[in-house]
Design a protein around this ligand. Structure first.
Ligand code: FMN
Length: 344
């Protein structure tokens, strides 16, 4: 069996049931989480032949940071439940693969310690009601060497989970979720997600941090245009791995509309959700993404073999991408064009 396909099953044998369920679950009826992979597999290719594909080069840049391949790791919380070293093992694995790490604002490791691993990383932020908490977290991320701020915008409120299995929270060490929250006498209301955000917040984040701002959770072309006009350096087409609005369209379906809306702008485009194969990565890049993020496969790989597992998952996907690029007749991801892909 293909190693990446076996990962979740192997991870499930190692993880407590509650943790496996937490990682895999979607929100509400599980429609979006269930459709994501199949939506990528529904693309078909129109390969070019008699192309020189003897010298392949997968390297690219994301907001100026060089990476060995356009396969990056999405931010996710509770990584210490997959491996005792949690985000540190993830960071080391990502660095060894020459990739880039999205770090959740709910990470269980201090931003400064992540920075010390030497991995290039972007901080994913949820803006909370008490802005001074967010400000201090941003300052800590800047001090820890974050190269961009990823604002998640699909979570004005947290998606409803209907899973009534064992609960994950009993496995979480006290304080772990708030390890990057500054000291203070905060109430739960202070820490609630802000539900009144508008595109102005992009300029505020850029000014506060001096870093490029990437907006994560976009599924529509008109939103992408508003966000790009407001100064975003990047957009991630995402439905949060099917964990927010259930029934939201697959990212494989949303990507072409967003790419069209961003045509001619300097805003970089990325996508996540259900990307599990080199063929999926190739379709995403051909349809306009500069890079893709993978979420759950990184968690399964971390659970199965720690740092080494993460590196292997990323390099396996990169090798598959290279092989698929050769078959489609394109030596470099930047040379991919939308005409190479059609919906089945
Ligand atoms: N996205 C965020 O923006 N912030 C988070 O803290 C966050 N935590 C996540 C935790 C888990 C267990 C999972 C599976 C996803 C989480 N995500 C979070 C969403 C991922 O960043 C990403 O959008 C999604 O996992 C991509 O889909 P995939 O898992 O099918 O690759």
């Amino acid at each position: 069996m293909r190693w990446i396909d076996a990962l979740e099953g192997t991870a499930a044998e190692k993880l407590p049931e509650a943790v496996h369920r937490y990682y895999r679950q979607g929100s509400a009826g599980g429609i979006s989480v269930g459709e994501a992979v199949a939506a990528w597999s529904a693309y078909r290719f129109r390969p070019r032949v008699l192309q020189d594909v003897s010298a392949m080069d997968l390297s690219t840049t994301v907001l100026g940071t060089p990476v060995d391949s356009p396969v990056l790791v999405a931010p996710s919380t509770l990584q210490r439940l997959a491996d005792p070293d949690g985000e540190i093992a993830m960071a080391n694995g990502v660095r060894e693969a020459g990739s880039l790490l999205g770090v959740s604002s709910n990470a269980g490791t201090r931003f400064a310690d992540l920075g010390a691993t030497g991995v290039p990383w972007w901080l994913q932020i949820y803006i909370v009601r008490n802005r001074s908490i967010t400000e201090q977290m941003l300052d800590a991320a800047v001090a820890g060497g974050a190269k961009a701020i990823v604002l998640t915008v699909d979570t004005p409120v947290v998606g409803r989970k209907e899973d009534d299995g064992p609960v994950v929270w009993s496995y979480v060490q006290p304080g772990q979720l708030r390890i990057n929250v500054p000291e203070g006498d905060w109430t739960d209301a202070d820490l609630d997600k802000a539900d009144d955000l508008t595109p102005d917040v992009i300029g505020w984040l850029a000014e506060r941090t001096g870093l490029p701002v990437v907006v994560k959770g976009v599924l529509r072309g008109d939103d992408a245009k508003r966000i790009s006009d407001a100064g975003a350096a990047g957009i991630i087409v995402s439905n949060h791995g099917g964990r927010q609005l259930d029934g939201s369209i697959p990212t494989a379906q949303a990507l072409p509309e967003v790419a069209e809306a961003l045509a001619g702008s300097s805003t970089e485009l990325y996508v996540d959700g259900g990307i599990r194969r080199g063929e999926h990565v190739l379709a995403a890049l051909a349809l306009g993404a500069k890079a893709v993020f993978v979420g759950r496969p990184a968690l399964w790989a971390l659970a199965v073999d720690g740092q080494a597992g993460v590196t292997r998952m990323l390099t396996d996907l990169a090798e598959e991408l290279e092989h698929t690029l050769q078959l489609v007749g394109v030596p470099r991801p930047a040379d991919l064009t939308p005409d190479l892909v059609v919906r089945a």
